[in-house]
Ligand binder design. Structure first.
Ligand SMILES: Nc1ncnc2c1ncn2[C@@H]1O[C@H](COP(=O)(O)OP(=O)(O)OP(=O)(O)O)[C@@H](O)[C@H]1O
Ligand SMILES: [Mg+2]
Length: 487
């Protein structure tokens, strides 16, 4: 099983018509495989424990694995948000999430478990909550705010019912209006500009909400503008675009509810099939791991058939530095050591990155982090393989030998480091890229023999001769870095 990438700079042998689907389907398979590795009792308990956000994808995965369920999923516009148990899903049609016994087409729905008294209390609480989370327009009363929003969202009949409820003299009792459900889903979290508990040194010079504070326009456009409900716009305030990929755009955003900055990647690929969507969500949760040298992952979801990934915001990637600065041996060794740590972690989880290159090595506060898991796959070759950038791929990959996928990452890392130390980008084809694949590295004047030998062995044409990430980390060349890390 193999796939070939179509990105610029990537190997581009035939992949049939499944260029875009390839990694996505593979993503699904990665997750399914992991799910199936769990013992049945554990799977059972996980799938029933919906309060644990880290495993919320499991029921979805098992649904995909089940043929009957899969057919069901085809028919429905199913809820795709990973945290679907906790937050409203903004792409799901309004009625999807209601209990089966509730007929969502009727405005007046009997609610057997909601006696009048409890309804009143709930209404009060909802009003209070809304008031406390509305710093955008503090002069607006909560009631007024709800009604104003409702005017935009609901029809007049529904509005009357809302008014009656809010006034505390409900004419219609034991009743949940779909309008109320819809309205609840449209409540925007508070725009917290800066999280007071974090001191990450990243502050905005200007108030990102600008004059929207005094107007309702901003908040309303986030609710009802463009394509309808948008989780992206209601949860985040977009600051600026910070990157452009082949199939993606990356934005610096401020999350309204916690006041922290994140990077959100919009995949510009349109994912029409449920399986494609699931697989994207699931792989992302699976591969972005909690490790100091791996770009942090927070969440992913779909809007308008596009995948959104909320990630840790980094300062920049190393590709920006290749042309502008040349690295000293000491700096490069630091990068090498930290990337070896990231790879040791990933390989230990049975995952190969397959696209290690300066572009995918990010820097944050002086710490190097491996990111972009678009080509990640399982080491045991049980999944299709999509190689990354051809310039960083060893010869065995070009020969379709996938026996040592972990060593492919080692070769790519060696090549990336070689490029950084050389201070100029590798060409897509030509003398240098050919030579480095043959293990005939030109000497690097001014650099220690120990360092040059290490690069040479990392880029050995025979993958079995290359050190593993674990072996790399204990190389004596990193002695000083290890000592410094301990102190
Ligand atoms: N977490 C992040 N923090 C800061 N900047 C980022 C982050 N992720 C991506 N970027 C920026 O966005 C650019 C594009 O990233 P992306 O991974 O989408 O590129 P790509 O690999 O070319 O895209 P694709 O995955 O579609 O092929 C990066 O080069 C980087 O400048
Ligand atoms: Mg990338």
């Amino acid at each position: 099983m193999r796939r070939r990438a179509v990105k610029k700079g990537r190997i581009s042998k035939s992949r049939g018509s499944s260029d875009m689907e390839g990694s996505l389907t593979r993503h699904l398979q990665v997750q399914l495989r992991q799910v199936s590795l769990l013992p049945p009792q554990q799977r059972q308990s996980l799938s029933t424990n919906t309060s644990d956000s880290s495993i919320q994808h499991l029921p979805v995965a098992s649904a995909v694995g089940d043929a009957g369920a899969a057919a069901d999923l085809d028919e429905k516009d199913f809820i795709l948000s990973q945290d679907f148990f906790c937050t409203p899903d903004y792409i799901t049609p309004d009625n999807q999430n209601l209990p089966k016994s509730v007929d969502c087409n009727k405005e007046e729905i009997p609610c057997p478990r909601s006696p009048e008294k409890i309804n009143t209390v709930k209404t009060k609480r909802q009003r209070q909550d809304f008031s406390s989370i509305n710093p955008v327009s503090p002069s607006f009363s909560d009631h007024q705010q709800v009604i104003e929003l409702a005017k935009d969202i609901l029809g007049t009949d529904e509005l009357m019912k809302e008014k009656l409820k809010v006034n505390g003299t409900p004419k219609i009792q034991n009743y949940i209006s779909p309008s109320v459900v819809a309205l609840r889903c449209r409540v925007m979290p508070p725009p917290c500009i800066k999280n007071p508990y974090l001191d990450d040194g990243m502050e905005l010079d200007v108030d990102p909400f600008g004059n929207q504070r005094s107007k309702c326009a901003g908040i309303l456009s986030a609710f009802v503008g463009g394509d309808g409900l948008s989780r992206y716009h209601s949860d985040f305030h977009e600051i600026k675009q910070i990157g452009n990929g082949n199939f993606s755009r990356v934005f610096k955003v401020l999350k309204r509810i916690d006041g922290c900055f994140y990077a959100v990647k919009h995949s510009t690929r349109h994912l029409h099939q449920d399986t494609e969507r699931y697989s994207c969500l699931l792989l992302n949760a699976h591969t972005y791991r909690s490790h100091e040298n791996i770009v942090g992952y927070y969440s992913s979801w779909f809007e308008n058939e596009q995948l959104y990934i909320q990630m840790e915001l980094c300062d920049h990637s190393l590709s920006a530095s290749v042309a502008s600065q040349s690295f000293t041996e000491g700096e490069v060794l630091k990068i090498l050591y930290q990337m070896a740590k990231a790879l040791q972690f990933m390989h230990g989880q049975g995952i190969a990155h397959l696209d290690v290159k300066p572009d995918n090595i990010y820097v944050k506060n002086g710490v190097y982090k491996l990111g972009d898991f678009g080509c990640a796959t399982l080491l045991d070759k049980s999944l299709p393989i999509e190689e990354g950038d051809a310039r960083y791929m060893p010869q065995e990959i070009l020969n379709e030998n996938y026996d040592h996928l972990d060593k492919v990452d080692i070769f790519s890392l060696g090549t990336a480091v070689y490029e950084l130390i050389r201070g100029s980008p590798l060409l897509e084809s030509g003398h240098h890229s050919f030579i480095h694949r043959e293990g005939k590295l030109p000497l690097l004047p001014g650099h220690t023999l120990q360092f040059q030998n290490l690069l040479k062995v990392m880029m050995d044409p025979d993958p079995t001769q290359r050190p593993s990430a674990k072996e790399l980390m204990v190389n004596p060349i990193f002695e000083r870095i290890r000592r410094n890390a301990k102190t």
